[in-house]
Structure formats: structure tokens, C-alpha cells
Write a protein that binds this ligand. Structure first.
Ligand SMILES: *Cc1c(COP(=O)(O)O)cnc(C)c1O
Length: 435
């Protein structure tokens, strides 16, 4: 591979005495992350407006900047203020605007944390924050509260506390490594951590969330891939937000991971001014699938402090899904989710396809606007489920049965549970009854 004109200029401005091949060294990239305005301007060979400079200085006091030379080289300086890479990486004074609804930890990741570094929100899986370090500070980071505050790798002792929690909870069958970026850990630490997790019998799968294929694709080295391959079943989710981010370098990183048998997913965030457009999102998801990455989630931008300028109405996400479902391959379509403030978790949101129904017919509409009916069976003998699988004709092997108790709406629907309504703890009518 040869460097693009942009990359050559940046490289020479940083390190003209080194051979070009250093550009592809991920540690070199990290060492030369751009953190100040003067370097940013010099390397891109631009002069920003004075008010932008002034705003930069104010903003980085609260939310610092860090951009890898690689990611910065993707900025198109001809129209820099509208550039999607610039908007995701360069501080905006709008980050200093806080609204009444902004929160430092909207997802209650800290509150739902039984031990430091673990968030246990769902019954069968945990989030484990294994790194406080990122190469690029995404301006839309949901964990902005932590960015740059303690750029340190947790020590073995803290990892051990998290591992002990997982070992002690046999219900945890899925461990999600996130951060920070787990791939900023040294190879040996990744290998050790995955080995320790693999030793735990009830941990069926491990997932890694990383943005390195987008902002630091050279991190996906042959050596790293050899390590990852040893620890299957392993899944990776990455974070592309715009089709421009799928470059030759990032494609190569994705190819290496996919060739190693790792299923790849993508989590995008819906960002005003970056990707809040049905055509951009369609191009993105199709390019991802072409590169063997399955669009997994499209996140509504959450209520973390400093993100107000990135937020769109929920209707924008629904409009985007409307333009995807039916119009392109089913596995190009991500699930659009709102991560509920207060720790409620991810809630999927969709356009409505079920228009009406009667006792034996449903009325549906398709993506083209065709309204159609589906005739339901005249007789369907519901089988009363008392969770006694031995007496049931369906052949669930008992050892496969999930013994966890029913929760939420599925509890209301269950035959074997008498609950007829879900009532908030603080319901006035009920507290009057009690007293
Ligand atoms: C997103 C998330 C998960 C994983 O959720 P999936 O829907 O299984 O991808 C697990 N724990 C926490 C705290 C999360 O935020």
C-alpha cells in the first residue's frame, strides 16, 4: 500500500526521518495522536477561523481531543466544517451546552455496577470495561464523563475482581468487553484475559466492542488475529458511522477478522450532521455487508452531557428504517434502539407494519405501501404451559430449558404466572389501598 497525498503530508510533518512504513505501525499512530490545535492545523495544512480556534481552547478544557494521524487523514479539508470525520473528531463548543435533560451517566452504568468495571444489567450477560484508553476521542462518546480523565489500563488486580464476579455468577453466559477500547491493551493482556474468561465453563461467548477498525485499522495485526483465533467463539462489534470511514485500510482489517472466523457486527450512532440521512445510512449498511459486517444496532444518540448538538428526533431513525426495511437485504437492516435513561437498557423502535386486526385476520402494510391481509387459523389449540416440559409434546431437552423466571411483558403473557398487571412501586392508588 502507498500513502495518500494527505497521509504523506501528515507523515512528513510528524516524522520525516522515518521510513513511510512506520505509518502502518499502530503504536507509532498512537504515539503521534493529534491533541492540540497547532499540530492539527499544521498537519492538515489549513488555518481554521479564529472563532473556531477560540472555541476549541474553551472546549478541550472540559473534553480533550485526540485523533489518530490515520483518522485525521480522512478529513476532506475542502469542506472541513461539514466533514463527517471532522465532526466526529474535532471539539465543538456546542459540547459545552448542557440541557436540563443531560446526565453524566444516563445509562446508570456506574449504578448497575456490582464491582468496579462490571455493569450487570441483563440476566445472562455483563459488560466489562477493560480499558480506559482510546486512540481517538469520539466527540459523541456516551462515556464522555470518563474520557481522558484516567488514561490508564486497569491492573491485573482489578481484572481479577471482575473475573471473580463472573466466575461466581453461573447465569453469565455472554461477556462483553468494552472500554475505552479493549484493543488498546497489549496483545499479552488480551490473550491472558480471553484465556481466563475461556476457563469459566458457563461463559459461552465473549464479545469485544472496538472502534480500531475505523480509527486505527493497523491495530488488527496478524499477531493479534492469531491470538483472537485461539479463543472462539468470539464475536466483534465495531463502530462505523459513515460510508467514508470504509477505506482500503479499514477493509483490510475487517477482512483479517472475518477470515479468522470472527462474526462481525456494527453499532452506529445516529448523529445529526453526520449520518442522519436515509441515503447515507443505506450506503453505509450496504458497504458494511459487502465487507462481511452485519449492521447490528443503530443507536439513538443518548442523553450524555455534551451531545445535544448530535441528537436527532426519534422520527429520523424511524424514517431511516422505513427506507431500509424491504428496500435492501434484510441483514443490512440494524435494530434501531434507544438506550433508556436510568438503566432501562436498549429498547427497539420500529415503523408500524401491523395496521389492524380482528379475531381471525390481521391487516398489514408492506414497504411499498401495499395493504394486505393475513388470515389466521380458524382453530388453534393453545397448549397450556405450566413449564412442565416433560409432559409437553414439544421436544425441548430439559437440560436446555431456561430456568430463569419470567420477567416483564413475557410474564404477563405466560400461562404459568398469575400476574395480571405491572404496577410501578410508587403508584398512589396502590399506596392508598395499603394504608
Ligand atoms: C448493550 C449492553 C449489553 C449487550 O446488549 P445486547 O442487546 O445483548 O447486545 C449488555 N450490558 C450492557 C450494560 C449494555 O449496555
Amino acid at each position: 500500500m502507498t500513502l495518500s497525498t494527505n497521509q504523506k503530508r501528515i507523515f512528513n510533518a510528524i516524522d520525516s526521518n522515518q521510513p513511510n512504513s512506520q505509518w502502518y505501525n499502530w503504536q507509532w499512530q498512537i504515539k503521534h495522536c493529534i491533541k492540540d490545535l497547532e499540530t492539527f492545523e499544521k498537519q492538515l495544512n489549513i488555518e481554521l477561523d479564529e472563532e473556531v480556534r477560540e472555541a476549541f481552547r474553551r472546549t478541550v478544557k472540559k473534553f480533550p481531543m485526540s485523533i489518530t494521524p490515520y483518522y485525521m487523514s480522512l478529513i476532506n479539508t475542502d469542506d472541513i466544517y461539514n466533514d463527517p470525520v471532522f465532526k466526529q473528531s474535532f471539539p465543538s463548543p456546542q459540547e459545552l451546552i448542557t440541557t436540563d435533560y443531560d446526565m453524566t451517566d444516563p445509562l446508570h452504568e456506574d449504578k448497575d455496577s456490582p464491582v468496579e468495571g462490571i455493569t450487570h444489567r441483563y440476566p445472562d450477560r455483563v459488560l466489562m470495561l477493560v480499558s480506559n484508553v482510546c486512540s481517538m476521542y469520539c466527540r459523541h462518546c456516551t462515556r464522555k464523563r470518563q474520557v481522558g480523565s484516567k488514561d490508564s489500563i486497569p491492573d491485573r488486580e482489578q481484572f481479577e475482581k471482575g473475573l471473580a464476579y463472573i466466575r461466581g455468577n453461573t447465569k453469565v453466559r455472554d461477556v462483553l468487553l468494552s472500554g475505552g477500547d479493549p484493543f488498546l491493551l497489549p496483545d499479552e493482556t488480551i490473550d491472558w484475559l480471553l484465556t481466563e474468561l475461556r476457563k469459566i465453563e458457563h461463559v459461552e461467548i465473549v464479545r469485544i466492542g472496538t472502534r480500531t477498525p475505523v480509527v486505527l485499522p493497523y491495530r488488527i495485526t496478524d499477531e493479534l488475529v492469531e491470538i483472537l483465533k485461539k479463543h472462539h467463539p468470539l464475536w466483534i462489534n465495531t463502530h462505523f458511522n459513515h460510508p467514508r470511514e470504509l477505506t482500503n485500510s479499514s477493509r483490510k482489517a475487517l477482512t483479517r477478522l472475518a477470515d479468522a472466523g470472527i462474526p462481525l457486527g456494527n453499532q452506529s450512532v445516529l448523529l445529526a450532521g453526520v449520518n442522519d440521512c436515509p441515503r447515507i445510512m443505506k450506503a453505509l449498511v450496504q458497504k458494511l455487508v459487502y465487507n462481511r459486517v452485519r449492521p447490528y444496532y443503530l443507536y439513538q444518540c443518548d442523553l450524555s452531557e455534551g451531545l445535544s448538538h448530535f441528537r436527532t428526533p426519534v422520527g429520523k431513525g424511524i424514517e431511516i428504517l422505513e427506507s431500509l426495511i424491504g428496500h435492501t437485504s434484510g441483514f443490512c437492516v440494524p435494530t434501531y434502539v434507544i438506550d433508556a435513561p436510568g438503566g432501562g437498557g436498549k429498547i427497539p423502535v420500529m415503523p408500524n407494519y401491523l395496521i389492524s386486526w380482528s379475531t381471525n385476520k390481521v391487516v398489514l402494510r408492506n414497504y411499498e405501501g401495499v395493504i394486505t391481509t393475513y388470515k389466521e387459523p380458524d382453530s388453534y389449540e393453545p397448549i397450556f404451559c405450566d413449564r412442565n416440559c416433560e409432559k409437553c409434546n414439544l421436544q425441548l431437552a430439559l437440560e436446555d430449558a431456561d430456568e430463569s423466571k419470567s420477567v416483564g411483558i413475557s410474564k404477563l403473557l405466560a400461562d404459568h404466572n398469575d400476574t395480571i398487571s405491572l404496577i410501578p412501586d410508587t403508584n398512589d392508588r396502590h399506596s392508598r389501598r395499603d394504608s
